[in-house]
Each structure stands twice: as structure tokens, then as C-alpha cells.
Design a protein around this ligand. Structure first.
Ligand code: NAP
Ligand code: MG
Length: 500
């Protein structure tokens, strides 16, 4: 019955007949050849099925790749300004459908409606910037050393590219990847995360309604093994842009290497916010709480470690705990709610296990730590905003990505130790420092081992005009976004012409 409720919302489109959502391959909505399906459930109320989706097979995926291959020559033959026109129309649909898209995002992911709107607005800004960049796919002309020889370089599309996206930013991540890929003249096979397939389908629908020719963007739902792995290991796929966990990213890089398929990997994080004794305490506390608990701590750029010098520790801890306790947790559809559920039972279990581990290893639970219970919570995946104190670098909760609403406060004696602790981690995605001391702020920026660093700003802040990617085990390859956005999806060709 619940499945019907949501399928009805999609009746205006062709994604679905009755209750089943389909794949989009070669300009048509089609079922998986084996007719197997899987269901998605609302993390705020698990008894609600939000949709039934194709559990696609290797055969379906290879079919999508074949169709993308067939569509490539004619898409490549279109001009960048013509491609940009189509993408501008997709952008306009995003604007017009923000509310409808936000509802689906909240239904599948659990984040609050306000957070879903922010995600869609961010995607709109990114697509606008990338459209501009797509019109500037510049090559070079350079003087040569030979008489009567003219030399230049151009940038060409790669061919078929694979896009594999996660559930935590199920709209913005595919947008950030598919837009430059398409603008550069590539065709795409896109696999959304299995926890958020409908958001993926709605994303594809924007491009279909914008008039993207059949076969240029293909969407296949299904598991990482049956769909993701096939995309990555098929030699016809020339590049894979992936956002997700470090373990899956590492495996993708290994598989892709066999065919020299290029990869762009945006992976996990364990991001520090450093607080010095001269920090604007209100700003530091607000930024930490925002970046620790927004989207229930499931941003790849969430702050999960607050590294605080001893002079500031007492005040910072008290204020963070107070703010964390004031956050209202509940169904993200309720505008009064500040933090929604975590995205599904598997996440819930993992996060609760990390909390137990933190207690076992001697961290001090300052607030939270429990699954929420009661009539409003029993059917969903709700966890209290959690703060641990007395956390040290050797503890599991200080080293592994929990990906939930759990903040570890780590005390240090001074700035030098703060930098050491901040870098004592295998990840390198984002970081932040709160201080008014220019010398220490710039020293931190010089020494912090991340792709995205901040001073007096939350660890998650990013804008579309600059690239986005991690180092160490947080990422590999050319980063996304900014000027790099198009770069990853093109190859360089150099030509020498003797004309005299
Ligand atoms: P995940 O388990 O790695 O899954 C990501 C995507 O990969 C999903 O579409 C998944 O499909 C697919 N996949 C799984 N196994 C695969 C395989 N063997 N081959 C190819 N694809 C496979 O990550 P997640 O749990 O969805 O997302 C959370 C992680 O993403 C966190 O670690 C977070 O830090 C990271 N993240 C990073 C960034 C960044 O920019 N650095 C941004 C957002 C999230 P299924 O859904 O079907 O399993
Ligand atoms: Mg996963």
C-alpha cells in the first residue's frame, strides 16, 4: 500500500508503470531483462516503501554501455554551445522542480526538507558554473621552432564515462559529475546509490525533459556488484567518476587499472576542526555543531573531530554539548526538526556499534549515544546527537569514518600538537581552524593534509568555482568541480601543421 503512495507522485512521468520504477536506457524507460526488483524504504519510517526499482543485471548494464557507445559519435558531433543550451534547460527544470525534488530527497535520504533544498540549490549553482566552463574548453596555440609550422592543442571527449554516486548527496553529486561529462561531449552510464534510486531517476528526467538525445545519459539502478562493478570493468568505459567509501574506491581503482580506465575518486573523510584559545568561541561552536550534525553527520566533509587547546576546552565542550542537546531530531518533513534520521538500518547499526566501541575504549560519553525510541521514533533510524570527550588519536572513533551524528572532542596542549593530531589520520578531505592569529592560521593552511581547508569557517564549506577533492585515502585523480570539472572528462590532442 505504501508503495502506491509514492508511485502516484511519479504518475506524471513515465519512470514507472503502476508501482515499479524503471531504468532509462537509450531514451526509453525499460525493465531489467531478468525482471528482478528491490524496494527502498523511508529511513524516517521504515514501514513505508518509497518505491520498487530494477535490480539490474550485468546484461542490463552491458546493454546500457552498448547504447551509450552508439550514441557517442553524434553527441560528440554537436557543438558545445548546443550542448550548453540543453543543459541550461535542465537547470531551469531543476529550479522549477526544487520543491518536488526536495520532497523525494527527504523521503529517500531522511535529511530535512531545508537540507534537501540546500542540496538542490547547490546543484543549480554548480550546473550554472559548469555550463560556463563547458563553453571554455580551451586548447592552446604556441609558437614552434620550425619555419612554416603551426601547432595547437584541442580537448576532446573521452567517450563513454561511468558515474557512480552515493546516497548522502544523491542529487548534487550526480549533477556535479554528469554536467561536465555531458558538456565535454561524453555519453554517460549513471548508477545511483541503491538507498536513493528515485532521486537519481528524477535527476535523469530533468535532462530528458530538456531534450537530451536518446542514449546520451543512461541510468541503471541495482547493486554495486551487478551494475557498478560491470561499469568499472568494461573496457568500453573510458573513465569512471565515483563518490563513496574508501574501500569501494580502492577496489574501483584496481579494477579500472586493468583497462587503463581513468578514475576520479571522491572518498571518505574524518575531518578536524581545530579550536585555539583566541577563537571566536560562538563561531567555533556553531560551525562545529553545524558540520557535525547537519544531515545527521553524513556529509563527507562533516566535522567528526574537534581538536581543542586546553585553555578553550571547558567552555567549548560545555557549549557544544548544550547546542547538541538542543537539536530537535525527527522526521525531516517536519519543518521544526533540525536533524533527520540516519540513512537506513545498516547505517544505524554501524553508528551504534562505533558508539559502543568509543565507550569500551575509554572515551567519555558527554551526551547522546542512543537510538531514539518512542512512537515518533520506533519505526525510523534516529540517533541522538552524540558528543564524546577525552578522545585520543589511538581510539577507533578518532580514526575511522563513523558517518553519523557523533563528534569526538580531543584535547591538545598547544597549536603544534593540534596540527599533529589533525594530520594523524589516513584521510585527507577537509579541515578547519578557528583563530585570529594570522601566523598560526597560515601555518595551519600550509601543514594541513587535506584537499579543502578553512579558517574561521565550517569544515564543509565549498563553492562551485573551485575544485573539490581529497588527498591521502580521501581521494584520487583530478578533483571535481571548478575548472577541474571539465578537465577530468577530456583528453588532450596536439597537432603540428606544416603549411609552407
Ligand atoms: P559506497 O558504499 O562506497 O557506495 C557508493 C556507490 O558505489 C553506490 O552507488 C554503491 O552502490 C556503489 N558500489 C558499491 N560497491 C561497488 C562496487 N564493488 N563497484 C562499483 N560500485 C559499487 O558509499 P556510500 O555508503 O554510498 O556513501 C558513503 C561514503 O561516501 C562515505 O564514505 C562518504 O565519506 C563518501 N562520500 C564522499 C564524498 C566526497 O566527495 N569525498 C561525498 C559524499 C560521500 P549500492 O548503493 O548499490 O551499494
Ligand atoms: Mg555502501
Amino acid at each position: 500500500m505504501a508503495a502506491k503512495t509514492v508511485a502516484r507522485a511519479a504518475e506524471e512521468s513515465a519512470y514507472t508503470d503502476s508501482e515499479e520504477f524503471k531504468n532509462y536506457i537509450g531514451g526509453e524507460w525499460v525493465k531489467s531483462a531478468k525482471e528482478r526488483t528491490f524496494e527502498q524504504r523511508n529511513p524516517a519510517s521504515l514501514s513505508e516503501i518509497t518505491g520498487i526499482f530494477q535490480a539490474s543485471t550485468e546484461e542490463d548494464t552491458r546493454n546500457a554501455i552498448a547504447i551509450a557507445e552508439k550514441a557517442f559519435p553524434s553527441w560528440r558531433g554537436t557543438s558545445p554551445p548546443d550542448r550548453a543550451e540543453i543543459l541550461k534547460r535542465a537547470r531551469n527544470h531543476m529550479v522549477a522542480r526544487t520543491e518536488e525534488l526536495a520532497k523525494v530527497l527527504t523521503l529517500e535520504n531522511g535529511k530535512t526538507l531545508a537540507e534537501s533544498r540546500i542540496e538542490i540549490n547547490a546543484a543549480i549553482k554548480e550546473i550554472e558554473f559548469q555550463i560556463g566552463e563547458g563553453l571554455r574548453i580551451y586548447g592552446e596555440t604556441v609558437p614552434t621552432s620550425q619555419e612554416g609550422v603551426f601547432a595547437y592543442s584541442v580537448r576532446e571527449p573521452l567517450g563513454i564515462v561511468g558515474v557512480i554516486s552515493p546516497w548522502n548527496f544523491p542529487f548534487n553529486v550526480p549533477s556535479r559529475k554528469c554536467t561536465p561529462a555531458l558538456l565535454a561531449g561524453n555519453t554517460v552510464v549513471f548508477k545511483p546509490a541503491s538507498l536513493t534510486p528515485q532521486t537519481g531517476l528524477r535527476f535523469a528526467q530533468l535532462f530528458i525533459d530538456a531534450g537530451l538525445p536518446p542514449g546520451v545519459l543512461n541510468l541503471v539502478t541495482g547493486s554495486g556488484k551487478d551494475v557498478g562493478d560491470v561499469i568499472v570493468s568494461d573496457p568500453r568505459v573510458k573513465a569512471v567518476s565515483f563518490t563513496g567509501s574508501t574501500d569501494v574506491g580502492r577496489r574501483i581503482q584496481q579494477r579500472a587499472a586493468l583497462n587503463l580506465t581513468q578514475t576520479q575518486l571522491e572518498l571518505g573523510g574524518k575531518n578536524p576542526t581545530v579550536v585555539l584559545e583566541d577563537a571566536d568561541m560562538e563561531a567555533a561552536v556553531s560551525a562545529t555543531v553545524l558540520a557535525a550534525y547537519a544531515c545527521a553527520g553524513q556529509w563527507c566533509t562533516s566535522t567528526s573531530r574537534a581538536i581543542v587547546v586546553k585553555e578553550a576546552l571547558k567552555e567549548f565542550t560545555e557549549r557544544v554539548v548544550e547546542k547538541a542537546e538542543s537539536l530537535r531530531v525527527g522526521n525531516g518533513q517536519d519543518p521544526a526538526v533540525a536533524m533527520g534520521p540516519v540513512c537506513g538500518p545498516a547505517q544505524l547499526k554501524t553508528i551504534l556499534a562505533y558508539i559502543e566501541k568509543g565507550k569500551e575504549e575509554g572515551a567519555k560519553l558527554l551526551t547522546g549515544g542512543n537510538r531514539l525510541t518512542g512512537p515518533d521514533f520506533d519505526d525510523g533510524c534516529f540517533i541522538e546527537p552524540t558528543v564524546f570527550g577525552n578522545v585520543t588519536s589511538n581510539m577507533t572513533i578518532a580514526q575511522e569514518e563513523i558517518f553519523g551524528p557523533v563528534l569526538s572532542i580531543m584535547a591538545v596542549k598547544d597549536f603544534d600538537e593540534a596540527v599533529e593530531v589533525a594530520n594523524d589520520i589516513r584521510f585527507g578531505l577537509s579541515s578547519s581552524i578557528y583563530t585570529h592569529d594570522l601566523r598560526r592560521a597560515l601555518t595551519f593552511l600550509e601543514k594541513t593534509e587535506v584537499g579543502l581547508a578553512h579558517v574561521n569557517l565550517p569544515s564543509a564549506l565549498k563553492e562551485p568555482q573551485l575544485s573539490f577533492g581529497g588527498i591521502k585515502e580521501s581521494g584520487s585523480g583530478i578533483p571535481e568541480g571548478g575548472k577541474a570539472g571539465i578537465e577530468f572528462f577530456t583528453k588532450h590532442k596536439v597537432a603540428y601543421v606544416k603549411y609552407r
